[in-house]
Design a protein around this ligand. Structure first.
Ligand code: SF4
Ligand code: SF4
Length: 364
């Protein structure tokens, strides 16, 4: 049984009455629908991309499909490189521009809604969540990593991020363009597909270890190793929307802290600033007390005669709509400005894709 579904007796608070919710919490149902839709979208894009690659690999394909630019969402380093190119030159890059637009969409989501990308959209985050649930079914519970071990381990993802940031930060606009125009840069997406299609035993063993680790420790990859999540987490510190606790309504039951996958002390803080908060709203779903815990903007003072503080709460539906708005809006912007597709002639792919094994990383 997962922590979010665990039935616990709510202790009596010596001073505050338990005011049960009037409306049942729908955050997890809404989040799971969004996660499912995004996994389905990724599967659709993945199949289309595979079929497109096959059209260059087989002599006479039975049918042809167009290249889905959305596959570039799986090229976060290309997205970061292209963003640097845009910032330095003011020009939108010609190769893998969709990688940059998708990266920008996820940064915007983090800027507004904490690290919601990780718990609402990212297929790896969704798979990690499923593995943690599976781990609880198989082993009875997930492991709790003690803070003295957990904190240095969490630092690993920031070290990886620092490595990539230093590496890309040192590249000039000319170097970035030169890299993207190498055979490897042009078909980095096909190389990514082949990373999984022609998986070596070593890579398979590493992935298996990560799967087992994610069954034992909740969000092992996201929590300790993902540099993408680390970057989005740092951006998310600026988010105006946060998990906010009303200490007057809170009955100190500690349920919110117990279900938090990031092991944040939600029951002791009035707002969660941490870069680790992924806006999963599990804490909100677990809270038994009406209005004690909400995903909200900072409270604002209602003028006289009311003279009270009013919270601007974001319901799960509003969060889902904002995520969809930012994601779809960014993709549409790229499409209508004709900056979504990498417009290479088929002849380039015809010469590179069948010989993909000979296309090596150029080194920089
Ligand atoms: S504080 Fe709440 S929303 Fe943030 S990660 Fe923990 S459970 Fe999820
Ligand atoms: S905010 Fe946390 S500690 Fe307070 S009532 Fe809700 S679940 Fe319990």
């Amino acid at each position: 049984m997962g922590p979010q579904t665990a039935v616990r007796i709510v202790p009596e608070h010596p001073k505050k009455p338990l005011v049960r919710r009037l409306i049942p919490d729908r955050s997890q149902r809404t989040r799971h629908i969004v996660q499912g839709l995004f996994v389905a979208l990724n599967l659709f894009i993945g199949i289309q991309f595979y079929l497109w690659v096959r059209t260059f690999e087989v002599a006479s394909p039975a049918f042809t499909v167009s290249r889905p630019a959305g596959a570039e969402g799986w090229l976060p380093i290309a997205g970061l490189m292209n963003l640097k190119y845009l910032l330095v030159t003011g020009h939108i890059p010609a190769i893998h521009p969709a990688a940059m637009f998708l990266f920008l969409a996820f940064v915007l989501i983090s800027l507004l809604l904490k690290k919601a990308f990780c718990s609402w959209l990212c297929p790896v985050g969704t798979f990690s969540e499923f593995l943690a649930l599976l781990g609880r079914r198989v082993f009875g519970r997930n492991l709790h990593i003690p803070r003295p071990v957990d904190i240095p381990l969490r630092g690993l993802k920031y070290l990886l991020l620092a490595f990539f940031a230093a590496f890309i930060g040192a590249m000039s606009a000319e170097t970035l363009t030169g890299f993207m125009l190498t055979p490897y840069g042009l078909v980095a997406d096909v190389k990514m597909l082949d990373f999984f299609r022609q998986m070596s035993l070593t890579v398979a063993a590493v992935l298996l270890v990560l799967v087992l680790a994610s069954m034992l420790v909740q969000h092992f990859w996201c929590r300790y190793l993902c540099p993408y999540g680390a970057l989005l987490g740092l951006v998310s510190i600026l988010s105006p929307v946060k998990i906010r606790r009303d200490a007057n309504a809170c009955i100190d039951c500690g349920k919110c802290a117990r279900v938090c996958p990031a092991a944040l002390p939600v029951d002791q803080l009035v707002q969660i600033r941490s870069a680790e908060c992924s806006a999963c709203m599990l804490c909100v779903a677990a809270c038994p007390q009406q209005d004690a815990l909400q995903f909200a903007l900072a409270p604002r003072r209602v003028p006289a005669p009311a003279r009270r503080w009013s919270r601007r709460v974001l319901s799960p539906l509003i969060v889902a709509c904002l995520i969809a708005y930012l994601f779809i809006g960014t993709v549409l912007l790229a499409r209508v400005t004709n900056h979504w597709q990498t417009n290479l002639p088929d002849s380039v792919y015809r010469s590179l894709v069948p010989n993909i094994d000979t296309v090596a990383h150029p080194g920089i």
